[in-house]
Design a binder for this molecule. Structure first.
Ligand code: SAM
Length: 131
């Protein structure tokens, strides 16, 4: 619709496999956005879901050259913003990379937070410069 089809390559697949394949193919991207569905749906899934977020962050980071941008988001109510940042940091540390947070992301006005319902504040993300 936007007339950019010739400038795009669309890959459809499971994110874990597709990211791994891209890294094996030595592909690099100036901007990588990781915006998965809620990987922690229930409190008891926190450990397993956090690991999945960390693995995704690590897989995404492998595709970002020095000076590139990694954006990672979470819509899991059970993962706080600081926990998201911590696991992005853990992923970076495992790869010997450094992340500089350029922008903290949160939900826009079309997703208003009901003050009486903390669980309505669930969208969060970080835009980071990768060293
Ligand atoms: C939070 S939404 C992303 C929204 C997207 N950033 C946008 O602006 O339209 C999460 C997306 O991940 C897709 N998804 C779920 N599991 C996936 C998987 N294993 N691999 C790749 N994509 C997956 C879902 O179908 C959904 O479209």
């Amino acid at each position: 619709l936007n007339g950019v089809a010739e400038r795009l390559q669309v890959i459809q697949g499971d994110a874990f496999d597709a990211l791994k394949q891209l890294a094996q193919d030595k592909r690099r991207f100036g901007v990588v956005v990781i915006d998965p569905p809620a990987l922690i749906k229930r409190k008891k899934d926190h450990a397993e879901g956090s690991l999945a977020y960390r693995r995704l962050a690590e897989a995404g980071l492998k595709l970002v050259p020095q000076g590139g941008i990694l954006i990672m988001c979470s819509c899991s109510h059970h993962l706080s913003a600081i926990e998201l940042l911590e696991l992005m940091q853990r992923a970076a540390a495992r790869l010997g990379r450094r992340l500089l947070v350029l922008k903290t992301l949160a939900q826009s006005p079309d997703h208003p937070i009901l003050a009486s319902m903390p669980e309505t504040a669930y969208l969060k993300g970080f835009l980071t410069l990768v060293d």
